[in-house]
Design a protein around this ligand. Structure first.
Ligand SMILES: Nc1ncnc2c1ncn2[C@@H]1O[C@H](COP(=O)(O)OP(=O)(O)OP(=O)(O)O)[C@@H](O)[C@H]1O
Ligand SMILES: [Mg+2]
Length: 165
């Protein structure tokens, strides 16, 4: 995908229960390197403040995509972007910032409220949230929902939805 290529989800697209998507784009990647490259391209579409929800099973490639996005934003090198499964939130950049959040371990809205997400959202930052489906009321602020699906050992389907304001 090249920047600016997100297509309108017009006639023929299936509005599901979360019919807020105004554009939808699907692609297949056949290696982690391709997912990284897609993340780098997607970074050009992002204008902070921006919230991205990442959904998909364990190992579907959410962290890999995030490495691409954060490196595409030039806020860190790919190998400096690691899974925030323990810290829950990792911060990258200084003047411009990206936050990488992992909600895998979060089990309740009470736990969610301990993460200080409001503070992150108040900043002109790109915020990327793994297990974005757990974000509850905050999800309404999201500009993108990205679903990652495992197809085969090196193959993933990535569905990008740009969400209506
Ligand atoms: N096409 C692909 N896209 C992304 N990752 C791939 C692909 N093919 C193989 N992989 C491998 O799959 C794994 C994806 O792991 P990653 O940590 O990115 O997933 P995750 O969705 O963040 O998992 P978790 O839910 O545990 O956080 C990596 O080991 C990566 O090298
Ligand atoms: Mg991960």
């Amino acid at each position: 995908m090249r920047p600016g290529q997100l297509q309108k989800a017009g006639a023929g697209s299936t509005p599901g229960p979360q019919a807020k998507a105004e554009t939808r784009f699907e692609l297949l990647t056949h290696s982690a390197a391709e997912t990284l490259e897609f993340g780098r391209l997607l970074a050009h579409e992002l204008l902070a403040p921006c919230l991205i929800l990442l959904e998909g099973d364990l190992g579907s490639g959410k962290t890999t995509l995030t490495k691409g996005i954060v490196s595409g934003l030039r806020l860190a090198k790919e190998d400096e972007v690691t899974s925030p499964s323990f810290a829950l939130v990792h911060e990258y950049g200084q003047e411009k910032k990206a936050y990488h959040v992992d909600l895998y371990r979060i089990e309740s809205p009470q736990e969610l409220s301990t993460l200080g997400l409001e503070e992150l959202f108040a900043q002109p930052a790109v915020v990327i949230v793994e297990w974005g489906e757990k974000l509850g009321k905050y999800a309404t602020r999201a500009q993108f929902r990205i679903k990652m699906e495992y197809l085969a050992s090196d193959d993933r389907k990535i569905t990008v939805e740009r969400l209506a304001a």
